[in-house]
Design a protein around this ligand. Structure first.
Ligand code: FES
Ligand SMILES: [Fe+2]
Length: 384
């Protein structure tokens, strides 16, 4: 295992924390107005900007390996069809017929050469081109070339499929967008991983509350006192501002043993859980031997879905390996349940109207950095 310079620096920082008892601190605490979670005008603006103009992870490449494979994605509110065309390129389209707007593809995933709209059977190919119109005589001078499915920007990077849910007026430079995280994401070989489990949890909480559960580790030894707490150092995370993304490195308790080893034998991956925030709503949560990809998407004010893919390096072959991954899956489900039960209670508590602000502590750095990036995007200062 080779660490990047960034990872070696993170280990040095944590070993320093172990010596001094300190932890990562921002300059000051931050007050976040509670209307940021409850105001419906703000909610509309968040959807319009954060969930329409930025790339969102919609799948893993193993779900679209071969030409003709496709998947549909609806959680953003925009019906999306993602295909791999005959040349092997990933394409995304609004899953909306150009005749009179019917949903073209209903299945969650599959393999096809063409897609036929269920309403009147207009037919489209994998590149969205309109190929067939039954009884075409009824549509004199129909310009088929301009009646293809409307394309959305789509990208395949680091084994993940990213889509911007609205038509782009300008080209999106996805590589510049992901550049601050590229070295780390590239080192994970997620493109050769497989999806062990994929699941969606509808929750009764603002999407921001679900997000915040992954942006600090202050809560681990309280909210997860019987689960995650003992695995990690208590509240000794390192946060790297990789604007607008955040690398949140959570050291495992066993990292203190590295103090007695030479630096060239240190291994980052086996000593950290890393919660990478990929603006605006994506996480790559890197465990010692597998990865969770989360996307958190609002479905209404005070409601969101939490979508998760558990990526493992290869298909489990033995019963023992299956049991191992299943045990991991069960633990993480339990931990997320603990987070979401608290989030739903926070949401219910808004009705009491007692908090004007929430207080983001100096070591709750992911909350502070994430809030700044969200404010920048809503104010038009951050674009992709
Ligand atoms: S709405 Fe699709 S063919 Fe008519
Ligand atoms: Fe948590």
């Amino acid at each position: 295992m080779t660490n990047s310079a960034e990872e070696t620096a993170i280990i040095e920082t944590v070993l320093g924390f172990c010596e001094t008892g300190e932890t990562h601190m921002e300059d000051d605490l931050m007050l976040n107005p509670v209307i940021h979670y409850t105001d419906t005008d703000r909610y509309d603006r968040e959807v319009e900007v954060l969930f329409r103009k930025f790339p969102i992870i919609v799948g893993h490449v193993s779900q679209l390996r071969a030409p003709g494979e496709y998947l549909t994605h609806d959680d953003t509110g925009v019906p999306i069809l993602v295909t791999r065309n005959r040349s092997g390129v990933v394409k995304a389209f609004a899953n909306v017929c150009r005749h009179r707007g019917a949903r073209v593809v209903n299945e969650p995933c599959g393999k096809a050469a063409t897609f036929s709209c269920p309403y009147h059977s207009w037919t489209y190919d994998l590149d969205g081109n309109l190929r067939g119109v039954p009884q075409e005589v009824g549509f004199p001078d129909l310009d088929k070339a301009s009646r293809g499915l409307v394309e959305l920007p789509a990208f395949e990077r680091h084994g993940l499929i990213w889509v911007r849910p609205t038509v782009s007026e300008t080209d999106i430079d996805i590589d510049s967008w992901l550049a601050p995280m590229a070295e780390q994401l590239g080192s994970l070989s997620m493109d050769t991983h497989v999806v062990y489990r994929e699941w969606t949890i509808p929750t009764e909480m603002s999407w921001r509350l679900a997000l915040e559960g992954f942006q600090e580790s202050y809560h681990f030894c309280s909210a997860h006192k019987d689960t995650a707490c003992s695995t990690y150092l208590d509240n000794q995370s390192v946060f790297l501002d990789q604007y607008p993304h955040i690398r949140h490195a959570v050291p495992l308790a066993r990292i203190s043993t590295l103090r007695d080893q030479s630096a060239d034998s240190w291994d980052y991956r086996t000593n950290f859980m890393t919660q990478n925030y990929l603006f605006p709503c994506n996480f790559a949560q890197v465990m010692t031997d597998h990865v969770y990809i989360h996307t958190i998407i609002p479905t209404g004010p005070g409601r969101c879905v939490f979508k998760c893919m558990m990526l493992i390096p290869e298909e489990p072959v033995s019963e023992k390996t299956k049991r191992y991954w299943e045990a991991n899956f069960n633990v993480v489900r339990t931990v997320f349940d603990e987070d979401f039960a608290i989030g739903a209670n926070i949401q219910r508590g808004f009705a009491a109207g007692v908090n004007e602000h929430f207080v983001f502590g100096r070591f709750e750095a992911g909350l502070q950095l994430g809030q700044k990036a969200i404010e920048d995007a809503l104010a038009g200062r951050l674009t992709v």
